[in-house]
Design a protein around this ligand. Structure first.
Ligand code: SF4
Length: 376
């Protein structure tokens, strides 16, 4: 394992390397340790499970719309979800909104600099709390994300699966020891540096050990096993589902409104709008049967299913789907919000006012392409 003098040397080298090589990202407008806690919070939540390049564009739009915690707290949730549209993991946006309201109500609009107070806010876990405390307040608190886990498991040559509880505990202890060994007032820089090393040098495949600033302290590199670290658990196969969605026209196709439904707030993609439908069950002989059943259960209306518009493949964290979208006609019944939070009749052009998941945005694009080809 890495001793304290080694960790202190690693911290110094990391910070020096980071000063010279860090990427120019929108939220790095001030040195780590001296940034606005609100901006650190937003950038950290956005960058989770999202490529940095993608997060950068969203961050700029977000800061233009909600420059302060108060602006976010005062915003309508639908506006927040609309700005988040396409980033995925929408619970992050809902939690940001909820937490901003708590920060305004209970902390005078300022993100707390206390670990437990931060952890009490919705959507802030150990990693985000550590990132905020170190990047905004320069406190020597660890922030263990995927990049840091990989770098530390190589530096310490950890040969057990990275998902083991004991290994995770070791990694958190190592991350804490490293940030505590960093020079005074460089806790934020040290955390950001090790994340950046993981993103640019100590990458998942083919780590660039020849240019690595901490190669002389790396036990996996010394043992020639850096490609085999971190040890990953055996992969489980991901289930796949066929899902149907209906573009239900009130009257004529493209000349009348169509029906959209809002997903329940507390579930996956909660609060977003979608073309109603659902997963094909064993009882559904065809996808059309599935769609009719789902629409009846969700909205209590009768529809006629017509041609397929498009089929979209999408992977979520724990499963994959193929989403088949169909044109459909409303035959009878007034829609009722049974399996959804709300419903609307809206024209194709009005859909841009509502936040939709990526899959449904692709259906909208297919509809617009079809309308354009019919017009020519
Ligand atoms: S020497 Fe190689 S494996 Fe070790 S930390 Fe550097 S890049 Fe990663």
């Amino acid at each position: 394992m890495l001793d304290n003098p080694t960790l202190a040397a690693i911290a110094v080298r990391l910070v020096a390397w980071h000063t010279a090589h860090q990427r120019d990202l929108a939220w790095r407008y001030a040195p780590p340790g001296r940034r606005d806690p609100y901006r650190v919070w937003i950038s950290e939540i956005m960058a989770q499970q999202t490529r940095v390049e993608t997060a950068g564009a969203y961050y700029a739009r977000w800061m233009a719309a909600f420059p302060t915690v108060e602006d976010l707290a005062d915003a309508d949730l639908q506006e927040v979800l609309k700005l988040w549209e396409g980033l995925g993991y929408y619970a992050r946006a809902r939690n940001l909104h909820k937490a901003a309201q708590i920060v305004v109500a209970e902390h005078e609009g300022k993100l707390p600099s206390d670990r437990n107070a931060l952890l009490a806010l919705p959507g802030i876990g150990e990693y985000t709390a550590g990132a905020i405390l170190s990047m905004a307040f320069n406190q020597p608190e660890p922030a263990l994300d995927g990049n840091v886990k990989r770098v530390l498991s190589r530096l310490a040559d950890i040969d057990r699966p990275i998902t083991d509880r004991a290994v995770l505990k070791t990694l958190w202890s190592l991350a804490r020891a490293l940030v505590e060994a960093a020079p005074a007032n460089q806790a934020g820089a040290c955390n950001e540096a090790i994340m950046e090393l993981g993103a640019l040098v100590c990458t998942p495949t083919n780590p660039r050990c020849l240019i690595c600033p901490v190669a002389q302290s790396c036990q996996a590199a010394a043992n020639g096993v850096q490609q085999e670290r971190p040890v990953m658990p055996p992969r489980r196969s991901t289930p796949h589902y066929d899902v149907s969605a209906g573009v239900i026209w009130q009257g004529g196709r493209f000349t009348s409104p169509l029906l959209i439904a809002q997903r329940p707030q507390d579930g996956m993609l909660g609060g977003l709008w979608e073309f109603p439908g659902g997963k094909q069950e064993e009882e559904d002989a065809t996808l059309a049967d599935c769609l009719k059943r789902e629409i009846d259960e969700e909205l209590a209306i009768e529809i006629a299913v017509e041609e397929e518009i498009t089929a979209i493949r999408h992977a979520y964290t724990h499963f994959r789907i193929t989403l088949y979208a169909f044109h459909a006609r409303h035959i009878g019944g007034e829609p009722q919000a049974i399996g959804c939070d709300a419903w609307r009749w809206a024209t194709l052009d009005e859909l841009s006012d509502y936040p939709f998941p990526v899959t449904d945005q692709k259906i909208i694009a297919a509809l617009k392409a079809e309308r354009a080809s019919e017009a020519t």
